[in-house]
Write a protein that binds this ligand. Structure first.
Ligand code: CP
Ligand code: NVA
Length: 304
């Protein structure tokens, strides 16, 4: 049976810890894995732009002896030139896996339904599982543990937050979330994440108060106020998110040992000030690097 990674819900806590441990080993001993995916190929079907996800998957495959093919939206025209089903069935005959970045989450689900090879969600409007997995690896690396950590997410209730909430709750990590009133995370996903938290014994609290969220926190996390596909709402969003910027005043409320995280790309001067982005607390570039190590681990698990 093939296994997909459409959202972090596809993974149990044990599998998540295994992926993080494997990523750690890959990061320290990359040569050990240089032929691990020899002869394997993946396709990258991207309907939206990308720097980190595309480059880290392509280079990750290359470093493990495999091959990747980038299939941008103008090329493949999934759902227009050809149906999602036909793309899935045809590419399954050539490739060993697909990374898909889509607008609608239903499209990655449809790809998974019809393909006979693993589908990895490289970001949809609902989830960004590779990001959240890389982030937990980065937090463990930074603090030496995932126990008794509180992550505060301040900003938009979006795809990245959905994956972070579900993953943190599965792993027993506390989360405080603050979004503006009309930008709360999806109620069903919050409910699901809270059910994971009840099982693992962690806390997930949602509010509209960035100061409450930042207070005494270990990790301050933010993401863009305008996600890909929401460009028409930009002016309104920038107005309504103003008091949710990670700036010097807000980060002062966190623990002295706090780390600042952002999945990137960042809009400096909007959701994060230059001073915070460039401060000694910021681990955003390590976070970006770790995407590659965790994705190599994901590829090894799903493609082998
Ligand atoms: N964080 C992230 O997924 O970055 P890209 O959009 O550049 O891939
Ligand atoms: N929330 C952002 C994340 C980018 C990596 C978006 O969907 O555009």
């Amino acid at each position: 049976m093939k296994k997909d990674l459409l959202s972090v819900q596809d993974l149990g806590p044990q599998e998540i810890f295994e992926l993080i441990n494997l990523a750690e080993d890959i990061k320290v001993n990359p040569d050990k894995y240089q032929d691990a995916l020899k002869g394997k190929s993946i396709g990258l079907i991207f309907q939206k732009p990308s720097t980190r996800t595309r480059v880290s998957f392509e280079i990750g495959m290359f470093q493990m002896g495999g091959h990747s093919i980038y299939l941008g939206s103008s090329e493949i025209g999934m759902g227009g030139r050809e149906s999602v089903k036909d793309v899935a069935c045809v590419l399954s005959r050539y490739l060993n896996g697909i990374v898909a970045r889509t607008y609608k989450h239903e499209v990655v689900e449809e790809l998974a339904k019809y393909s006979s090879i693993p589908i990895i969600n490289g970001l949809s409007d609902v989830a960004h599982p590779c990001q959240a997995l890389g982030d937990m690896f980065t937090i463990e690396e930074k603090f030496g543990t995932l126990e008794r950590i509180t992550i505060s997410y301040i900003g938009d209730g979006n795809n990245v937050l959905n994956s972070l909430m579900c993953l943190a709750s599965k792993l027993g990590i506390n989360m405080k979330v603050a979004t503006p009133k009309n930008y709360s995370p999806d109620k069903d996903i919050v409910k699901l994440a809270k059910s994971f938290a009840a099982k693992s014994g962690s806390k997930l609290d949602i509010s509209n108060d960035p100061k409450w969220a930042a207070k005494d926190s270990d990790v301050l996390y933010t993401d863009v106020w305008v996600s890909m596909g929401q460009e028409k709402e930009a002016a309104k969003r920038i107005r309504e998110f103003k008091s949710f910027q990670l700036n010097d005043k807000l980060v002062k409320l966190a623990k002295k040992t706090h780390a600042v995280m952002h999945c990137l790309p960042a809009h400096r001067g909007q959701e994060i000030s230059d001073s915070v982005m460039d401060s000694r607390h910021s681990i955003v570039y390590a976070q970006a690097e770790n995407r590659m190590h965790i994705q190599k681990a994901i590829l090894l698990k799903l493609l082998k």
